[in-house]
Structures are given as structure tokens and as C-alpha cells.
Design a protein around this ligand. Sequence first.
Ligand SMILES: Cc1cc2nc3c(=O)[nH]c(=O)nc-3n(C[C@H](O)[C@H](O)[C@H](O)COP(=O)(O)OP(=O)(O)OC[C@H]3O[C@@H](n4cnc5c(N)ncnc54)[C@H](O)[C@@H]3O)c2cc1C
Length: 505
Amino acid sequence: MLGYPAEEEAAALLIKIDPSVITGYLEDASGFTQGYAERLVIPETESEVAEYLKQASRKKESITIVGGRTGVSAGCIAQGGTLLSMERLDTLNKIELTGEGGWVTLGPAVRLETLISAASQAGLLYGPDPTEKTGTLGGNASTNASGGRSFKYGATREHVLALTAVLSTGEILRLERGRSRTSQDLLKFPLSSGRTLECQRPLLPSLEVTKNAAGYFSVPDMDPIDLLIGMDGTLAVITSLKLKLLRAPAGRFTLAVFFPDMPSAVDCAAIIRNQTKDSAFQTGPASLEFMDQQALDLLRPEFPNIPDISRAVLLMEQEYSPGKQDEALAQWSEFLDQRGVSENMIWYAETEPDVRRLQEFRHALPEAVNRLVRQRNFPKVGTDMAVPEKAFPEMLNIYRRGLESLGLQYLIFGHIGECHLHVNILPRQASEFQAAKDLYLQFAREAVARGGTVSAEHGIGKIKHAFMEIMVGEPGLREMARVKRIFDPAGILNRGNIFPEKYLD
Ligand SMILES: Cc1cc2nc3c(=O)[nH]c(=O)nc-3n(C[C@H](O)[C@H](O)[C@H](O)COP(=O)(O)OP(=O)(O)OC[C@H]3O[C@@H](n4cnc5c(N)ncnc54)[C@H](O)[C@@H]3O)c2cc1C
């Protein structure tokens, strides 16, 4: 029926058509349940990927690329066609040392936790710190994943030095940062076939945020490699990456600073954000995170030592270079003293067990939310917007006014260093669930009106098209479809990611 060899005859490409095997590949962390696929292909080499894609293009066979399946937007869930699992391209090459740190080349299926561990053994650090460590580096690059330490180190994009990707035509694209040319917004991509693919930079509304995972990257004079990072598998299949590694700090300590009200915490975060930009202030944290009163209240049963009067907390991770620990501590102590923060409102963690306890405190929040959601049997509605710094206090007021006027239960937490907070709305009944979804759309419009993004971290995938449309409008969706058609003329790769499939027809 399919015109493909049975599993045992296709040893090299490992083609599987057994539904019980395929079903296991149709899940990620999004809860999206409408996945289906006719076959699963597991190539072992880049040339096998290229050969398969060439044939698939000819047959217009839809291909969905599968990484670690930890995505939260259903990007890797197929709706028909073939699942292309990258799992066997998992080679981690030897780390090369340089004066400032090092670099490594690896296959896209190498998991983040494997890279972190290898880098650490070499005395190095991989900057991006997405919470989910079982995701793959191919998935991280495709979604431009970011994490707590992105405040200091940026998202995945900043750490990709080079990549190799296979187009749906079977042609191979090798890009090294700083090597490919852009002139007057014309991006040029040299291909293995000798052809140069030319693509006008997508014309999309410009953003003023430090973090974005919604839609294609586009800024004037951009490096062509950056179009491939954050493309959610719509333009090409990443088959190898060269990643930057940094010298690891001598050590780090973590601080949780509690505040009696939310505005004091928000003001303090703004000061830290601005001081970190100022080179005179040596001590800038690697991460700057926030939880509001409702989040703290949810955690109190598990962490009864949360100070009674606290209504908000800032969590910071401070790295230091050799011999500089005391200096870093003294600087924080003076800073917090000046702001009138008393010692009993500070948790300090430096030893392994204390750091672990603080990490548990931070990670306990999503777990507590999930428990509540399971009890109630209504999904949470979780936002992912970031706004420019100047719009941040106003955006926070918009969140609180909207939520309180509807009497919804909610909590707010996240990456305050990048003006990127998650609002989690916890509906108690069907009418609240609908109200929460409507409010989310309203918040997205407000964020976009202020130069913000509808998704700073989680991406659009298949489940947030409405938000993408709010951000770039119909012309923006058409513009991204134009770019996709140049890279993927058969329109077979990760259809339905970022924008609806109708834009490809
Ligand atoms: C508990 C939890 C915490 C999380 N925390 C964070 C966080 O802090 N920050 C964050 O950014 N995300 C976070 N995520 C989301 C997720 O981990 C990231 O989106 C991650 O980058 C996905 O990687 P993956 O390998 O699992 O990719 P998948 O989920 O398999 O795929 C994601 C997308 O990438 C595409 N893709 C995968 N491999 C390739 C490839 N080789 N070439 C081209 N496209 C490819 C897929 O087709 C899909 O569109 C979290 C998820 C969970 C469950």
C-alpha cells in the first residue's frame, strides 16, 4: 500500500510501519492528541536523510522531524505522512579548547544533559540553560530554546557557531557564522549542489525584546545562519551543529530574596537589570527569576520556612571567577542592605545540598501547578509573552487588572530579567477556562502593541497559530510562507508549524 520496503528490508533507514511503535513517537509535552503518521524513518547518516528527503519531495510526502519530544507546542507531532526521527545522529565529538573556552561539533540527537556533562568534565560551560535537559540540541536549535541563564548568556542562537542542514530537495547547506553573505537584505545560502539559494529577508514587524521564539528570525544585516535557528523544522533538517562553550566559572551561589510586596520585587529586578548592563557593577547574576504571592502561597505547605510576610521573591544565580567569591558576596550584601532587605528575607545557597534545595524550590512550582490542574480536571492556561523593558510595569498591571476583574485564580512567575513572565491561569470550571483563553488572546494583543512577542520561549508549533497571527498579521504569515517555499519547494517539511498549512497552497 505504501510502496515502501518492510521494516526488515530497510535495515539502513530503519523504516517502521508498526502502529504500536509509531504511536510512541506521537507525543511531546504539549498534550496535543491529534497526531498520526503512516511510517517512522530513523536514518543513521546525513546522506540517508538527504536521499530520503529527495524521494519524499518527489512524492510530496509530508515529513515531521522528531527530536527529544520535549517540545510544548506539538512541533514534532505529525498529522499524517512520515516521522523522521533523528535519534541515531547522536555523535558527540571531542571538545576542542580555545583561549576563551572551546567548541564542539555534534549530531542533532545529542541530548542537552549529555553536552552539559561533557562540557563540565572539560572545565567548560554550555551557556543556554533550558530547564528540560532531555531535549536534543537539534530540537533546541530548531526552537531557539532558552532558560534561566539566558539573562546572562542569551538563547541557543548566540551559541551556534555553525550548522549543517539538509533541504527537502536533498541539497546540503553548511553555514558558519560570519561566513555567509547578506547584501541589502538578500540572504545567500551556498548549497552542496553548487547552487546558491537566495532569499530576501522576511519582512516582519521589528521587536524590541531580548528573547523570542515566535516565527522566523529577521533583523537588518542578519547572519543567514540565524534564519535556520528557531525555524521549528519548517525550512530544513539540522544534521550537525558546532556549538560555543565558555570557560566555567570557579563557582556559583544562589540567592532567594523575599519581598513584602510585588512592586518592591519588580523595582529591585529593574535595578539589577540595569546595573548588570553597567560594566562598573561587576556582579551581574546569570539568572534573575520571579514568583508572585500566589505562587509562594502554593509552595508554602512544601516550604514552610518561606517568610510569613513575603508576597514576592527574586531568585538569582551568581557566578564568580577564581578568588572573587567574597567580593561578589560583599557586593550583593551591600546592594540588598541599601534596599532595606533584612537577613531573614534572604536564602543563601552555596553548598551542594543547599543549592539543590533551592533548585527544588524553583522546580516545585510547575509540579504544584500540575497537581492542582489534575485535581480540577481543567487544563491551565499558561502565557509566554515578553515585552520591552519600558513596557514591563504596565504589562504587569494589565495582567493583574484583567485577571482580578474576572475573578480568575492565577499565579505569575518566570524570567523577570528578560521581562518574560508566565501567567498561569487555573480555571475551576468550564466558563473560567473559556474566559482564561479569551484573556490570553487579549494579553497577547496588549504585548504586541507594546513591541513584545507572543512567545519568548515555548514557540508556536501547531497550537499557537492565532497568537502568531496577532503578532505578524496575515501579511507576516504570507511572508514566512514565502520563505518556506524557497527552502522547501515541495512544502513537505513540518507542515502546520508556525503558520497554518493553507498558506502553503
Ligand atoms: C518540563 C519542561 C521544561 C521545559 N523548559 C524549557 C525551557 O526552559 N526553555 C525552553 O526553551 N523550552 C523548554 N521546554 C520545551 C522543550 O524542551 C524545548 O522546546 C526543546 O528545545 C525541544 O527539544 P526536543 O529535542 O525535545 O525537540 P522536539 O520536541 O522533538 O521538537 C521540537 C521542534 O524542533 C524540531 N526539530 C527537532 N529536531 C530537529 C532537527 N534535527 N532539525 C530540524 N528541526 C528539528 C521538531 O520538528 C519540532 O518542530 C521544556 C519542556 C518541558 C517538558
